[in-house]
Design a protein. Sequence first.
Length: 540
Amino acid sequence: MLVQTIETTPFDDQQPGTSGLRKQVKVFSQPHYLENFVQAIFNVVPELSGQTMVLGGDGRYFSKPAVETILRLAAGNGVKRVILAAGGVIATPAVSHLIRINKAAGGMLLTASHNPGGPDGDFGVKYNAADGGSAPGKVMNAIYAETKKLSAYKLADLPLNAAMLEEPGLHDLGGFEIEIVDPVTAYADLMQAQFDFKIIGKWLKTHSILFDAMHGATGPAAVEILGNRLGVDAAHLMRCNPLEDFGGQSPDPNLVHAKQLYDRMMGPDAPDFAAASDGDGDRNLIIGRNCYVSPSDSLAVLAANAKFIPAFANGLKGGARSMPTSSALDRVAEKLGFDCYETPTGWKYFSELLEANRISICGEESAGTGGDHVREKDGLWAVLFWLNILAARDLGVEGVMADHFASFGRTFHRRHDYEALDTDIAHSLMADLEKTLPALIGQHDIISADNYAYQSPVSGAVTKGQGLRIIGKNGSRMIFRLSGTGTTGATLRLYLEQYSNDPAHYGLDVDEVLQPLAKLADELAGISVRTGRAKPDVIT
Ligand code: VG1
Ligand code: CO
């Protein structure tokens, strides 16, 4: 095998954010750009050499050339075997599972998650470690440092062709092996082992559901699991064919991009349950008939009903939520008596707790929920968890939610996003707000205000600067942070939360309940004055 060493000049913008390196396709497709980042991974993680790695992604535009380039870089850097999902399309949690069951040294995921795809959309590369989860911050920082100084990459000549990468099978290319695997079966078996498919199948005979894969990577798995194994009619499995540009829409299962599904569930002919997942299949949206379930509430409901799930029949080891996620989970943990952890945004903090056997379930307000079966959030897993609960309790989504509020109270929660802001304006807004925090305590019923820092209970490592949080008495929180996944300007996220245990409040409109907090947040941070935006771009 001929390996060429190609000289390159470093890029200084390859700092991985919350979820790997995510950039516009036009940035990623510059000469040497992808090669530099991937070579930096091989330089920082020498243990990939001589070992097996997994490669997969959500199939978005630019994935096909990227797969070929990464295979050539892997061979050039001495990787022994690459396990690649046939056709290159596989959901993020299923990649995590492949890394684990094959005892691979790591994996690369080609995805920009729920960001738009296509020539004008985004692309991304994530590096996951041997445990199947996103590499720890230390490793990602070292990769970033490496991107700024490397001067060459190693590219092997391989006789690749498109057809060879489509069908399961093993190819030995002169000592470098490519194993093409079916992306669905192992994952579907894993799901069947977690949940009670018998009662779900029975419930589905008398109830109707809709699932929307948004042309992302969960489509084929949804057809196998929900369709073939659980009997859902193909007509109720929407957009299950993966497309490179997700049909021109953002594959983001929120109230803006999945509005059609939402409207249908609020209308007269709504089925019993609807769900969607994002481009790379790690997020989920859950909607009942006339009943939207916020991701923070969904996490709390799953934890409260875990005993109905075969995998959790013996109870939960503990639970975790990211700091901006509502404290609804904490209330369940307190009442049911399990440990509850608060972590910074991003799944890697959960992975550490999962690996240390501290938790069984975790989630984020951004529609990510997962368990200890893999080391990524898992969209279809959350959908099946809900179906299992609905089948076991037969209360309907609305009934399950009413029961939950009656037992634990209601934690109203919303996220307001201000997208594509001028980067300087966004950073100075945050810096100025941070300076005023100490003086806020004691005013407006505020009892504490700080820049959130996390100390890992596993390693003791401290992570600072994870979001400004302002906590009020009577169960209110306002949190401000800048996104680490956007690709244009800066995105400000404002998270609002209000708890109530007065049954008269449970039916109130969430935006009305949070209106006073939204107004106060604007006053304190000067959002509308500084950004010129009268209202957020997205409310979820
Ligand atoms: C967002 C979410 C965060 C999530 C991250 C990756 O990050 O808020 O909760 O972990 O996306 O999710 P940020 O920094 O933009 O707020 V995914 O589905 O893109 O892997
Ligand atoms: Co995602």
